[in-house]
Each structure stands twice: as structure tokens, then as C-alpha cells.
Write a protein that binds this ligand. Structure first.
Ligand code: SF4
Ligand code: SF4
Length: 81
């Protein structure tokens, strides 16, 4: 299980600051990946990033709202998966 960041993200970095395994990074290149992204293979599903997000952009993999389900693949694509 991992977490997924959606397009609600305003790219301000609070989640990356609290992640204990440093698996959240700002997307690069920014024009192609304008939000932050979670490396699912490194994430330990601790949940710390969720309350840290000021805009509630982060969801558990099994709780991603329908309209943002495509972001599961977007996150994976950022990491070349
Ligand atoms: S759930 Fe924990 S380990 Fe996973 S991205 Fe969020 S803060 Fe990092
Ligand atoms: S805390 Fe939320 S808004 Fe800030 S970078 Fe992370 S996902 Fe984006």
C-alpha cells in the first residue's frame, strides 16, 4: 500500500518535509510533472504526509476518489513505471 498525490497539490513541499523515508519529490520537469510525487516502492505507508498537506491532496491508494484515480498511474509514470 502507498499514498497517491492528486492535482490538488499546490507544490509547496510540506509532505516531503515530514516523510521519514524521503520518498516524496517535486516533479521534474515541472511542465510535465507539476505536482509532488510519491515513490510507491519506498513509501512505508506511515501516513505522516496526509495531515501535513494543507489542501488534502494525498489519499491512500484504496481511497483515491474516482475523479483522481488516473493519478495512481501518473505517480507511477513519474518514476518510470
Ligand atoms: S505515507 Fe509516509 S512514507 Fe509514504 S509518502 Fe507519506 S510520509 Fe512518506
Ligand atoms: S503537502 Fe500537499 S500541497 Fe504540499 S507538496 Fe505535498 S501534496 Fe502538494
Amino acid at each position: 500500500m502507498t499514498r497517491v498525490i492528486t492535482s490538488l497539490c499546490v507544490r509547496e513541499g510540506a509532505c516531503a518535509t515530514v516523510c521519514p523515508v524521503e520518498c516524496i519529490v517535486p516533479g521534474k520537469p515541472e511542465d510535465k510533472y507539476p505536482w509532488y510525487y510519491i515513490d510507491a516502492e519506498t513509501c512505508i505507508d506511515c501516513g505522516a504526509c496526509v495531515p501535513a498537506c494543507p489542501v488534502e491532496a494525498i489519499f491512500s491508494l484504496d481511497e483515491v476518489p474516482e475523479k483522481w484515480k488516473s493519478f495512481i498511474q501518473v505517480n507511477a509514470a513519474h518514476y518510470g513505471k
